[in-house]
Design a protein around this ligand. Structure first.
Ligand code: AMP
Ligand code: MG
Length: 220
């Protein structure tokens, strides 16, 4: 696989993951596989780094980005007062393809959440993103690694088609296992509401939370 000057494609081994983690901490953009799709990540605590994601993707600033975490300590860092329901869902589905929307803590810059007072959080299970989160020791804001309005990238080749030359590092870890995005569940209202259907089905959610509503919305 060849890349334009500027985008370094690295096989996602230990050395490449360590280099990518250091680069993320320094404010850079890195694309990587998760178990759902490929993500385009930046330090979720760094507003300038996050702003570069919107530019690289051509993503409108009113479209919020999911924050990826390594462990529950980071959950408490980014989200305010996770409820008992949130913790039950986390216990059942994390690490995995469920994204929870909760109140945002001020540590997370407003642009991550497109100015909303909420934050979408997920603890992914993919081994490469988990290793990257562990090495970087920061939450990573990451939408899918494709140009806005294009299908979510599921291979390194897809990422390059859209973002070649616009990002500095691409960790190639083969095809994303599921090829389906995470389910986004909003826990900030009275009834938990699915904002985006995804890899975890409503039936699976109902086992933990019998009362769950569903709302269709436009997504990229
Ligand atoms: P992407 O990761 O690019 O596929 O898109 C992430 C999607 O997650 C967004 O388009 C929203 O649908 C949803 N999302 C992220 N953050 C929030 C939030 N704070 N509130 C509601 N939905 C969110
Ligand atoms: Mg997307």
């Amino acid at each position: 696989m060849t890349a334009e000057p500027g985008t370094r494609v690295l096989q996602a081994d230990g050395a490449a993951i360590a280099a990518a983690a250091a680069y993320l901490k320094a404010g850079g953009l890195v694309a990587f596989p998760t178990e759902t799709v490929y993500g385009l990540g930046a330090n979720a605590l760094d507003a300038e780094a996050v702003a570069r994601i919107f530019i690289a993707k051509g993503r409108p600033p009113n479209d919020p980005i999911i924050v990826h975490i390594h462990d529950l300590a980071q959950f408490y860092l980014v989200a305010q007062h996770p409820s008992a329901v949130a913790l039950r869902l986390a216990e059942r589905f994390w690490p995995g393809a469920l994204t929870l929307v909760l109140k945002r803590r001020p540590l997370i810059p407003a642009n991550v959440s497109a100015g909303l007072d909420t934050v979408a959080v997920r603890m992914p299970s993919g081994s490469i993103i988990r290793a990257l989160l562990k090495a970087a020791q920061i939450p990573i804001a990451a939408p899918s690694a494709n140009t806005f309005s294009r299908p979510s990238a599921t291979t390194a080749a897809h990422v390059l088609e859209d973002l070649d030359g616009k990002i500095d590092y691409l960790l190639d870890g083969g095809a994303a296992e599921m090829g389906l995005e995470s389910t986004v569940l909003d826990l900030t209202g009275e009834v938990p509401t699915v904002l985006r259907p995804g890899a975890i089905t409503i039936e699976e959610l109902r086992i933990v939370i019998p009362d769950v509503a569903h709302k269709q919305q436009m997504i990229d």
